[in-house]
Ligand binder design. Sequence first.
Ligand SMILES: [Zn+2]
Length: 136
Amino acid sequence: MSAYRKPLPSDDPLLAPFWENAKAHRLSVQCCRACRDRHFPPGPVCPKCLSEDQEWETVSGRAALVSWVRFHRAYWDGFVGDVPYDVCLVALEEGPLLLSNFSGPMPEDPRAGLPLEVVFDDVTDAFTLPKFKVAP
Ligand SMILES: [Zn+2]
């Protein structure tokens, strides 16, 4: 898997639990222990109540399509062979929004609200990317 040439996630310590969970094929978001607000991306404090008491919670992996875009230009060399490729914005069942990719081709009938479910793509030995496919 050393031939993977696309950008990899940063080593931001705030995001480390997200990537550790993804590697174990668990989708997770930060959750406030004080008010139970679930949010992503993570922050040092809860965006709702400003509590610093945060934990990570595994979520269902179910989501709804919010929006999508097709890239016809490769902004990174690693994407040259994939043009055109698709990026999607999904709303997790638990609330937070997540930017991702479709697992495989874009759904035949993409529309806002289309039910999706997470799929884990082990792109390197260290990183697994959550992607989404149409839910059965
Ligand atoms: Zn809170």
